[in-house]
Design a protein. Sequence first.
Length: 216
Amino acid sequence: MSTLLVPYYEHPAVRPADWAAVLAAAPRLYGVVLNPASGPGDRPDAAFAETAAGLRTAGVTVLGYVDTGYARRPHEDVVRDLARHRAWYGTDGAFLDQVSCGIGEFGHYERLATAARALGCPPLALNHGTRPHPAYAALAELLVTFEGPWSAYRRTPAQAPAPAPGALECHLVYGVPAGADVAAAARERGARVHCAVPGDGAHPWGTLPHGLAPAH
């Protein structure tokens, strides 16, 4: 199984060499998160559409990014963005960001998962950023149970239990120095999918994972 998820939030017209490197790494990828404008945007973007088509042709699963605002965004707004990703970029699935962890919001996300599948958007990834209530594992193919800096990740305990059967775990780690074996660290912590990027600060996902960046 390919274990690398790539959330790369840069425009293909601005970073064509980087996107070419992502495409070249297709056999190694679990999937790519497509994020034209903190979501699909207000209108189709031809460069992102071409990039998504190239990734799909190479066999890469393309997940459309949608912010859920920790259950504060209205259901219909999230579903609209899912539909736009599907119509404009042919996304295979969805990456829901800022997902709540508590059982009190579970019903909201259960409805969103049902809507996503009705739109033809499986697989579904939920980015909690930390370990959620075990019930969420039944909603998605992938749960992001850690998102944060390498400095914090190194302090998380190894051999953490999986949330529940039904979903893979993913860890998204930024501020990672060259040479750090994040793949091994993720496996030790129960995650079969991961991403490790050198970027830090407010926009770490504007850098490619170690090992994918093209030579300049």
